[in-house]
Design a protein around this ligand. Structure first.
Ligand code: CU
Length: 164
């Protein structure tokens, strides 16, 4: 009986000893709101709830860039330079079915960007880039030709669009 009572006393001491030391860690940031020593557990809950609203406020900002990312990834965008007497890059390779956006620039004189099978024929003057968009829905290799007489090598200004 004495041993068990000693154990009980020890347990009580442990409990009493833990109460002051345990809440101290959690209550350091809480002391301004709840100084009462007997309610350490309650202010911890209050603090957690107060921390939640800022997190909710940030969530919409994180969703917005993701939505933009989806839109960008669905479009194959490429800058295409035209100069005497070539297209750059050449060839242009795209995936079948993709939305293709080409930003055309003429670096020296006026050139044309024409692909007969896709009904594309765009004239581009220096300093006036033009953007064309089409769906690469035909598989194969298609000739890109310059459709504006641009100099002695105009006839050999050719490129290739590869859709696969
Ligand atoms: Cu030309």
């Amino acid at each position: 009986m004495k041993k068990s009572s000693l154990i009980l006393i020890l347990v009580l001491f442990l409990l009493v000893g833990c109460k002051p030391s345990g809440p101290k860690l959690g209550s350091e940031e809480v002391t301004q709101q709840m100084p009462a020593p007997g309610f350490e557990d309650i202010p911890e809950m209050v603090v957690n709830e107060e921390n939640m609203p800022p997190v909710d406020d940030f969530e919409p900002a994180e969703i917005a860039p993701g939505e933009l990312g989806v839109d960008i990834s669905s479009v194959f965008e490429l800058n295409v330079a035209m100069r005497q007497f070539e297209f750059d890059p050449n060839p242009i390779s795209v995936t079948l079915g993709s939305n293709v956006r080409l930003i055309l620039t003429a670096e020296d004189v006026e050139h044309g960007f024409a692909i007969n099978e896709y009904n594309i024929n765009e004239k581009v003057k220096p300093g006036e880039p033009k953007t064309i968009e089409f769906i690469a829905d035909k598989k194969g290799e298609f000739e890109i030709r310059c459709s504006v007489v641009c100099g002695s090598g105009h006839g050999s200004m050719r490129g290739t669009l590869i859709v696969e």
